[in-house]
Design a protein around this ligand. Structure first.
Ligand SMILES: [Ca+2]
Length: 318
């Protein structure tokens, strides 16, 4: 990834003196400060991050998924004529538009803004042709959404003192030591994307199927629940026959007299079912859901003889 900033250089100096009866009375100086241009690059592989693999090159033993990149800065050669170094402060914010951030930067985890890193970097005039880089390591703390990329915003400002107005008779400060950063391009956005294994189109075409079985006997082809039964077990077999299904969920709507007790057993996946209310259970099928899984849900029927039938509705989406 290459982000480019190109700026111009301005340096003007104009003084005017007004005469009054042959004597200097006033002088006006218009002095232009040089405008600094900086080229910025973000180096590193920020594509197809494997959210199933812990650690990264920067921290192979990390318990969390991580990745790193280098934020690099270079002064453009046309402004080489003054000073011996330029100091800039850069700021990288992860997920600036999200309320809950999926990542934090190394070194700022315990701060109030673990999704923001700020550092100073010195650009030496001697090394004008090379980039000055700083490595940032990013840890993924929330893996439930790997469909959407992680957006980053990079901004930077010059670190310098403002020029002081000299006293009468003193030399004017050299304006070349007080450059101005061209703000037009001093903000860049970039992003990191996850490996989804959904083919060249990067769109996940899924095919969710499920089958429902109750542990009930049948009479005349119909399932029968006898009054007084304390347990009603439902076995759900879910399949995804195509590409990974992200944020896949299975919904089980049940009649109010049948209370959801809990998840009895699960095979073939890391599936968690929780009651949304007294009539709906939602099962998170995994991030992503692939292959086949079986879930057993346990209900407690508190039915009365006024109820002739019980209706369950089950659906899935991704
Ligand atoms: Ca696809």
């Amino acid at each position: 990834m290459y982000v480019h900033t190109y700026i111009s250089f301005l340096h003007t100096f104009l003084c005017r003196k007004s005469m009054n009866e042959g004597r200097y009375q006033k002088s006006f100086c218009y002095r232009g400060r040089p405008i600094i241009d900086i080229i910025t690059t973000v180096e590193g592989n920020l594509k197809s991050i494997d959210a199933t693999k812990r650690g990264c090159d920067a921290n192979p033993t990390s318990a969390l998924v991580c990745f790193s990149f280098k934020a690099c800065f270079k002064l453009i050669p046309s402004v080489v004529s003054h000073g011996n170094q330029i100091r800039i402060k850069y700021r990288i914010e992860a997920e600036p538009r999200r309320k809950f951030h999926r990542v934090y930067f190394d070194g700022v985890k315990e701060t109030e803004t673990p999704n923001i890193v700020e550092k100073n970097i010195i650009l030496q005039w001697e090394a004008i042709k090379s980039f000055e880089c700083s490595t940032e390591v990013v840890y993924l703390k929330e893996k439930s959404d790997i469909q959407n990329p992680i957006n980053f915003k990079l901004t930077y400002t010059l670190i310098q003192k403002e020029p002081i107005m000299p006293e009468e008779g003193e030399d004017l400060p050299d304006v070349s030591f007080y450059p101005i950063l061209n703000q037009q391009e001093a903000s860049k956005n970039f992003q990191a994307t996850f490996m989804k294994n959904c083919g060249a189109d990067d769109i996940c075409q899924t095919e969710l199927q499920f089958q429902v079985d109750f542990n009930l006997s049948k009479e005349n082809g119909k399932l029968v629940l006898y009054l007084g039964e304390e347990n009603l077990n439902m076995t759900l077999t879910v399949k995804n026959n195509r590409e990974p299904a992200f944020e896949a969920k299975l919904y089980v709507s049940h009649p109010a007299p049948v209370s959801y007790i809990g998840q009895k057993s699960t095979k073939g996946g890391d599936i968690v079912c929780t009651p949304e209310n007294n009539r709906l259970v939602i099962c998170e099928l995994g991030h992503p859901f692939i292959g086949e899984a079986e879930i057993q849900l346990r209900f407690s029927p508190r039915v009365h003889d006024v109820e002739n039938s019980l209706s369950f509705e089950i659906w899935a989406n991704t």
